[in-house]
Every structure is written in C-alpha cells, then in structure tokens.
Design a protein around this ligand. Structure first.
Ligand SMILES: *Cc1c(COP(=O)(O)O)cnc(C)c1O
Length: 458
C-alpha cells in the first residue's frame, strides 16, 4: 500500500518521558539562557530540534553491540569492525578514528592547511572553517549562487560546486596554494542541500587535473545519496550502497561525524587513500584523541557506530527520514511560512529575514526567532545566521545572505504527531511576529560564538 508519507519503519521498544514547562517558566528559562537555545537545559525542553547531531535513537542491534565492547587499549575487535565497515562502504584505504567530526577536521587541517593557503568549499561550516582559519588558511565559498537564495526552489542540487568559481580560484591563487577542496555532502548551512553525482564527477576531474585533493565532509552522505537516487534520473534504480560507493570514488578522503549519518551519539573519523596523509594524521591523533585504534571512542561506541553505518544504507530507513523532514516542511509551506526550498535532508530552515522583516540582520532575527519559538511551545530550535557566521579576521560580522532558524529532525526519535505540534508552534509564532523585537549581545565569545554567546532584548 502506498502512502504519501511512509510510516515509521520501526516500532517502539523503550520510551523516554517528555515534560513541558508552563509558559511563565519557559519565559524565565530562556531569559536565564541569554536567549540562546544552546544554553537551555534539556530538561526544560519539550521537543528538541536543536540538532540532529548525536541525538539519534539507536536500534536494538546497536544496543546489543554496546554489550560487545572490547575495551582493550589497543587493537580492539570493535575498531577492526569499524575500520572494515568504513573501508567496505566508502572504499577508502585508511581510517583514523576521532571522538567526533571536528576531531577529524582538526587532524586534516593541521596536516594539510598551511598559512597563506586557500580552501574552497560549498558554503562554510562552522567548525570546519574554524579549523582551516586556525591553521592560517582562508576558506573560499565556491557553491553555486542559487544556494544563497532561500526560496530558489527549482534547483534540485543546491549544494553543487560552481565549477567556474572553483576554476577561477585556481587561476587566481595557483593550485599549489590549494591543499584540497572540501565538498560537503549534503550542505548543512545551505539547508541540507545535496550535491549531484555529475557535479562530484566534475569536481573530481578538475581537481585531478590540477593535483588538488578532494576531501568530502561526508557527515550526511546517506541523505545525499538518497537525493541522488530520487532526483538524478540515471540513479533511480541503483541501491543507496551503490550510489554511496560511486560518490566516494570521486574523493581522496573524507571527514565524518558519526553523530549524524552514523546513527550514534558520539564518534567520527578521517578516512583517506593517501598513505603519507594517513601516517601524518595517525601521528597527530595520538596527541589529540587517543591511539589510532580508538581515537577517543570506547570499544562499545565503535561497535554501535559500525552497526549504525550499515543500518543507514537501508532504503526504508533513509526514505522515512527524508519524508519526515518533508512532511514538516510541507505543513509550514501550506500555512504560508517562509522556509528554505527545496526542503533539505536533515532539517527545515525558516527564513528569518522574511519571517521578521522588521528586524535588521544586525539585531539577529534568527536568534530571537528561535527564542520566541521556545517561549511559544517549549520546542528548541537553532539559529543559523549572522550569529553562527561570526566575525572575519578584521572583526567584522559576515552578514550572510541566509539568516535561518533550523528545525532539525533527530533520526528515529519523534513521531508525526510531534511534528504536527512543532508546525502549530511555528504557525502561532508567525501570527504574532509583529510584536517580536531584536537582540544584542550581552556576552560575545571570540570563536564559535553561537555556542555560548548571551543576548538581551533591545
Ligand atoms: C556536525 C558537523 C560537523 C562537525 O562534526 P561534530 O561531530 O559535531 O564535531 C562537520 N561538518 C558538518 C557538515 C556537520 O554537520
């Protein structure tokens, strides 16, 4: 039987009760958190759409895997399982385990990014760019222009690299000053937008011609593969595993946050084909993370991770996940709420500039919108706009074209009824949008300010 939205391809075996605060308590809680949803206590949150990172529900098989943890200091069985799983799914020769994605970004940036180099990428990601800059590199955005236009909905692969922009950069700074290109599959800050196989092939060809490495940020590679299957004609009959294999054939290596498409709560890795890069990264991992056979993860973590990587390739799993996101997005579109289109893979993004047109970007409309949604409903969301973008080397704010609030759907956690509640919360907030005022910083941290910054109403 065909349904528009596929029911959950799993059933509930264990439950975690939710609690919801009274409105006055929510007003107090968000004020105490400095109007930063990152600083709310989880116990004060009803439905948590802050992130899909590490918030996944593991399967019974993964929980069983935890019991199989081999906590030897070196060379545990679980490490071998994880390594072999990554090698067989992605086809890379070497794997360096890390505690999460940014651990891998740290190793990669320390080995390859030298002062004065340029790292092109399809839109920045917060931690990725921070590591590149801390090593003296400059991030250059080479995503297609359409990715910066929130309601440009006829572009099916809004995460694509603009080959012309990439080539122009090579001509301008010289290939020897570009250690690698970082390709996000999917692109988180563009709204979870995918990259086509055709584009990956072209990026690979151009990079090879110039001797530039292609490194994927493959945090959400299964979501990207699903979109390729759904939107790129020649892939419609291929399995997710086949598509994934081909995607990675166009990369020299990848950083991975297992907290996303690994369907676990912690974990990550850096993978590559190049032996020299492997030895350098493995020498650093012992300084920052742990032995090259655990990299900050316990044996049980690694077992759950390797099982999660395999489960994520199941077509029904990924179809349901993407459709949940689509369902929430379509409910908001029907109510006339401005969101990023097409709807992305892991989240629905509200366009805060259009939602709150009376608040200038210097007063952080997305930040205040996230706070107001919490006050309205107890639903926690996240700012992805001027606050997240931070400041450049001259201390100026970036004022990114996208000023968004992200409603991120954790994997296998919430039901369609929860999503209905979320949709109603947004619609109610939209109805009273004219009363909402802007914010200013009361405390601004020097880097990654969105995590711990505090605000007050103007
Ligand atoms: C989450 C994320 C990272 C960083 O991974 P962590 O596990 O949070 O350190 C890097 N890139 C993208 C696109 C991400 O979404």
């Amino acid at each position: 039987m065909d349904k528009k939205y596929m029911p959950e391809p799993y059933k509930v075996k264990m439950v975690e009760p939710l609690r919801i605060l009274q409105k006055e308590e929510r007003v107090e809680a968000i004020k105490k958190a400095g109007y930063n949803t990152f600083l709310l206590n989880s116990r004060d949150v009803y439905i948590d759409l802050l992130t899909d990172s590490g918030t996944n529900a593991m399967s019974d098989r993964q929980w069983a895997g935890l019991m199989m943890g081999d906590e030897a200091y070196a060379g545990s069985d679980n490490w071998l399982h994880l390594k072999e799983t990554v090698q067989s799914i992605m086809g890379f020769k070497h794997v360096v385990p890390t505690h999460q994605g940014r651990g891998a970004e740290n190793l990669l940036s320390q080995v390859l990014v030298k002062p004065g180099t340029y790292i092109p990428g399809n839109m920045y990601f917060t931690t990725t760019r921070a590591h590149q800059e801390m090593n003296g590199g400059t991030f250059v955005d080479v995503i297609i222009d359409e990715a910066h236009i929130s309601d440009k909905e006829d572009v099916l692969f809004k995460g694509n690299i603009d080959i012309k922009k990439y080539e122009d950069l090579i001509n301008k700074v010289g290939a020897k000053n570009i250690p690698y290109i970082c390709v996000g599959v999917t692109v988180n800050l563009a709204g979870g937008q995918p990259v086509s196989m055709k584009n990956l092939r072209e990026v690979h060809e151009l990079s090879q011609k110039h001797g530039i490495k292609v490194m994927f940020d493959c945090t959400r590679y299964v979501e990207n593969a699903y979109f390729i299957k759904a939107r790129e004609e020649e892939y419609k009959d291929k399995t997710i595993a086949e598509i994934v294999k081909e995607m990675f054939s166009y990369a020299d290596g990848a950083t991975m946050s297992g907290k996303k498409d690994g369907i676990v709560n912690i974990g990550g890795f850096l993978a590559m084909n190049d032996e020299d890069l492997y030895y350098k990264a493995a020498a650093l991992v012992v300084v920052y993370e742990g032995m090259p056979s655990y990299g900050g993860m316990t044996g049980r973590d690694m077992e759950a991770f390797s099982i999660g990587l395999k489960e994520a390739l199941d077509y029904n799993y990924i179809k349901h996940r993407i459709e949940q996101v689509e369902y929430l997005g379509n409910r908001l579109i029907e109510a006339g709420i401005p969101i990023v289109k097409p709807i992305g893979g892991h989240a629905v993004f509200l366009d805060a500039k259009k939602f709150l047109p009376h608040i200038p970007q210097s007063q952080y409309p997305a930040q205040v919108l996230a706070a107001e949604i919490y006050i309205e409903s107890g639903v926690r969301t996240m700012e992805r706009g001027n606050v997240s973008a931070g400041r450049n080397k001259e201390g100026k704010e970036y004022f990114p074209s996208l000023e968004l609030v992200r409603l991120t759907i954790p994997r296998r956690v919430y039901s369609y009824a929860h999503l209905d509640y979320v949709a109603e919360a947004i619609i109610n907030t939209y109805k009273r949008r004219d009363e909402i005022k802007g914010l200013k910083f009361s405390y601004e941290p020097p880097v990654l300010r969105f995590f711990t910054g505090k605000f007050e109403y103007i």
